[in-house]
Design a protein. Structure first.
Length: 431
């Protein structure tokens, strides 16, 4: 049979899952094949198996001897905030001197400081800056990336951010999934300018009203006009003290769900407000962070199709050891995905290999579980589990060839870049 490409003589880490996320104990099996090969045609994987067999069965235009190196699916980055203007370098120093992340937000900094810088930035400059961040991620093995809005907090800039995301999707080799996070923080100053007597909670209710009555309906039109209908797209909310209450979060997610949009949420990053339980009941595709998830909610998550996304780079960046209990979540039978949460405040980190390294050491995930969490389960966390995230026939030919012969080394050595070559839908991406 004809093929465009064969990569052989590899330690294949297939992360094969037969059409569903890997849960609990299943996560320890990353589908390692010694002396394996993968055949690619027309941008899709057509076969995977022993090198000798694939080389016998296929006649390929290009054949690559991996020299026993590890070959895995491209990483799927399922949670990022990479469209933003400016930086948070002052805040970095404030945090070193002891300032607290939510305290900085309450006093008008943090996310709100990035909002001011993003409102002031042109669409072109936002595209250029995010493009460079995508390039850094590709060089570290990412082939599919979710990107959230959430630094506009008004209609004009939230939709400017969406347009930036659509432009990146159309022009960058990566596949991109947009998530609408207008409910990321409450734009208190915008409302207080009109009425200085308004309480924080009242402003939160007013802004939630705008998100639900005006922005989400407009989002549905935007999706159809920009060709995202039939593709995964999500609405997200930051359910946290100082951001959105449980009731406000429920309103945003129920409105989105009723409009036919996928839903996910930032829950339990610092304080448990009951967001995980609510999101599981609402059928969220993923719940993200989970540092403060309760034992009862862990049982609910294990019994649901929702993916739990952990982001240990946030704890690392905030100098905190209150990591999400990934070991407990996996032992309870949950499907766990891993993300960097790449953003200017809580995690300025483009490296999923680094997130894997932290997850293994501090959350006691095995290297094989970290691979599954950064590939197939992450793909399911953004609605693309049947298209990418594993090396299985029919899937996009998104692959990484590593500079190592043992998959455990990807999480073992940290701070460098274990990635040698990246293919996106069968095409080599220059890195
Ligand atoms: O996932 N928690 C809310 N959002 C991001 C942080 C964004 C920021 O600090 O700019 C997070 O941690
Ligand atoms: Fe986030």
């Amino acid at each position: 049979m004809k093929a465009d490409l064969i990569v052989h003589n590899a330690q294949i880490v297939s992360c094969a899952s037969r059409g569903k996320p890997l849960k609990g104990k299943e996560m320890a099996d990353a589908g390692v094949i010694k002396d394996g090969a993968v055949a690619v045609d027309a941008g899709r994987i057509v076969a995977i198996g022993a090198s000798a067999q694939i080389l016998r069965e296929f006649d390929a235009a290009e054949t690559i001897d991996a020299g026993e190196s590890v070959v895995s699916p491209g990483f799927v980055e399922c949670h990022t905030h990479i469209v933003f203007g400016g930086d948070r370098l002052n805040e970095f120093e404030l945090k070193i001197k002891g300032a607290d992340y939510l305290e900085i937000l309450r006093s008008g900094g943090g996310i709100l400081s990035t909002v001011r810088q993003t409102r002031a930035a042109s669409r072109e400059s936002l595209v250029g800056q995010a493009w460079r961040r995508l390039d850094k991620m590709v060089a570290l093995g990412v082939t599919t990336c979710e990107i959230k809005t959430g630094y506009g907090l008004n209609e004009e800039t939230e939709f400017k951010m969406l347009d930036v995301i659509a432009e990146l999707d159309a022009s960058h080799p990566l596949d991109i999934v947009p998530t609408f996070l207008a409910a990321h923080a409450v734009p208190k100053d915008d409302y207080r300018a009109g009425d200085p007597t308004l309480s924080d909670e009242a402003i939160g209710d007013l802004y939630t009203d705008t998100v639900c009555r005006s922005m989400i309906p407009r989002l549905v039109g935007w999706r159809d006009a920009k060709g995202f209908d039939g593709r995964p797209m999500f609405v997200d909310v930051f359910c946290e003290n100082g951001a959105f209450t449980l009731a406000q979060s429920r309103r945003v997610l129920e409105t989105a769900r009723a409009s036919g949009l996928g839903i996910k949420a930032h829950v339990d990053e610092f304080k448990n407000l009951g967001g995980s339980r609510m999101c599981i009941e609402l059928g969220a595709t993923s719940i993200d962070h989970l540092d403060a998830i309760s034992d009862e909610e862990i049982v609910l998550l294990a019994g649901s199709p929702t993916i739990g996304v952990v982001t240990p780079t946030v704890n690392f960046n905030l100098g905190s050891c209150d990591f999400a209990p990934a070991r407990k979540l996996i032992d309870a039978g949950c499907a766990i995905a891993l993300s960097t949460d790449y953003n200017p405040g809580s995690a300025p980190c483009p490296s999923l290999p680094n997130a894997m390294a932290i997850a293994c050491r501090y959350q006691k995930m095995l290297p094989s579980e970290a691979f599954v969490a950064a590939t197939i389960n992450a793909a399911f966390a953004i609605g693309l589990g049947t298209e990418t995230g594993s090396l299985e026939p029919g899937k996009w030919a998104d692959l990484i060839i590593f500079d190592t012969k043992d998959h455990r080394e990807v999480a073992y050595e940290f701070g460098g870049n274990p990635v040698k070559t990246v293919y996106k839908r069968g095409n080599r991406v220059p890195i």
